[in-house]
Write a protein that binds this ligand. Structure first.
Ligand SMILES: Nc1ncnc2c1ncn2[C@@H]1O[C@H](COP(=O)(O)OP(=O)(O)O)[C@@H](O)[C@H]1O
Ligand SMILES: [Mg+2]
Length: 278
């Protein structure tokens, strides 16, 4: 044994993002050269196991780019993505394979990527098949459990995805992510486009799933009020950078940055005419 002082009392965070940067080259034309778009620059944050970080910001500020880099759908240009002590930013696609089940993504329009004629059970089982997990019987058991957790009745397992409503399809997407027993769910505007009561139901379901399994969430939304309900901490982005980060109660009660105040005012407006748009 060495003579190091005793280990720190708090465990390291599940995810630590350090100085993340990503630039896109927007395609040019005959008259205009391609432009560089610095979508994300110098973004750093951490997520503790089992907790929720809300990532807020107006459209185009770089939220989805952060999500895609963490899920390693894209490779960041710079920075570290430390997950369980491994820097995912530095890994090749082959090296990433064993980490894939642990980080699952849920997008707003994820269901559009599903084969609409597949049954719910087939859609949920597909990631298990791709990962080569379990026997047919074990997979069926995990599909049943995932459906239950996502609030889908067991009788619907044979139903085709095109017979599901928008909210039910988002539950299907969630079941498909949960079936892999992830440690981190990256939810990119998962409730946008759903009606108010469906949003509330799925938000409560996400809280229950987290309480049951200790899954960490990176929950992306432009709606700070929603994040106020779901998140332990909130980070706010503007033009590719983090401008504010802190405990949810602090961000909601004493927003420091103009962008945070703007988002708060906008989500307040959305609440006022509840159901008025119908
Ligand atoms: N594949 C891409 N090619 C070029 N530019 C992109 C690409 N994806 C995103 N961008 C640009 O990067 C910026 C951030 O986009 P995004 O991460 O989608 O923001 P958000 O999710 O906050 O709306 C925007 O200016 C967007 O137009
Ligand atoms: Mg986005």
């Amino acid at each position: 044994m060495n003579s190091q002082p005793s280990a720190p009392a708090t465990p390291p965070p599940l995810l630590r993002v350090q100085e993340l940067a990503k630039t896109y080259i927007r395609r040019g034309s005959f008259t205009q050269p391609g432009a560089r778009v610095q979508a994300v620059k110098g973004v750093s944050f951490s997520i503790e196991a089992g907790s929720t970080l809300g990532l807020a910001g107006s459209s185009g500020c770089g939220k989805s780019t952060v999500a895609r880099c963490i899920g390693r759908i894209e490779r960041p240009d710079e920075g570290k993505i430390l997950f369980d002590g491994h820097n995912l930013a530095a890994l090749s696609f082959r090296e990433l394979r064993p980490f894939r089940p642990a980080i699952q993504m849920v997008f707003q329009d994820a269901a559009t990527a599903m084969n609409p004629s597949f049954s719910a059970a087939d859609i949920i089982a597909e990631p298990l098949l791709i990962q080569g997990i379990g026997t047919a019987e074990e997979r069926a058991g995990r599909v049943r459990q995932a459906m239950q957790e996502a609030g889908l009745p067991a009788e619907w397992s044979g139903r085709a995805a095109h017979d599901f409503s928008g909210g039910q399809r988002q539950r299907l997407t969630l079941a498909r992510a949960l079936v892999l027993k992830p440690k981190l769910l990256v939810l990119d505007e998962p409730l946008t486009g759903l009606d108010v009561s469906t949003r509330a139901q799925i938000a409560n379901l996400l809280l229950a799933v987290q309480a049951a399994h200790g899954i960490a969430y990176l929950f992306i939304s432009h709606d700070l009020f929603l994040l106020g309900h779901l998140a332990d901490r909130i980070a706010v982005m503007s033009e590719g950078q983090l401008v504010e980060e802190g405990p949810t109660s602090q961000i909601m009660a004493r927003p420091q940055h103009a962008e945070t105040r703007k988002l708060l005012a906008a989500s307040g407006r959305q609440l006022a005419p509840a159901g008025a748009g119908r």
